[in-house]
Design a protein around this ligand. Sequence first.
Ligand SMILES: O=C(O)[C@@H](CO)OP(=O)(O)O
Length: 228
Amino acid sequence: MPRLILVRHGQSQWNLENRFTGWWDVDLTQKGEGEARAAGALLREKGILPTVAFTSFQTRAIRTLHLALHAAGRSWIPEYKDWHLNERHYGGLTGLDKAETAAKHGEEQVKIWRRSFDVPPPVLEDGSEFDLKQDPRYAGIAIPSTESLKLTIERVLPYYEQAIAPQLAKGETVIVAAHGNSLRALVKHLSNISDEDILNLEIPTGQPIIYELDDNLVATDRYYLSER
Ligand SMILES: O=C(O)[C@@H](CO)OP(=O)(O)O
């Protein structure tokens, strides 16, 4: 039966600094590197060994994938990188301190920006220091200026259907190393979580989530590997 492994990247520098990150490319902290290695060691220990890998265009997810695969003894498997698996774009909040933003705009407003289903944060202004238009990895891509979870789902799910699901249908064990909100998009779909309930779903860093799927790619079980 097909199996899907989801791993959120290990702690990033801006997770540590409590800053809105989105598409900005920050690296892992030492702690994050350790979380990624531990995720791979757990896969190896439990004998859940990926055969195909997917990740985003962002360093923190790519490095998490590589550290985990190395620890699992699976560095050799094919891997695909795609911007559709990037973190949700945080718009004009990118780079701001989350606590300072809550002090300025109120906890409630920040919760809406962070976790509401369809309210996007303010847009990132052209020419902002966090504008990625000159970044060669996004050449030819219409970079969003902000994204809600709903908008994130609208680009993650078609990619899942077109690129990831066919691998699962072939019986591959697929690992996706990605981000809090691109993975929330996948979990919402696979576990059929409502627009209201998805607000409360938090995905921890570096903890492999396993989906057991039937032949129609319907989830029969979802669990944290550390709990089995
Ligand atoms: O800053 C971000 O891009 C994300 C993930 O770290 O944060 P949040 O928890 O607000 O979705």
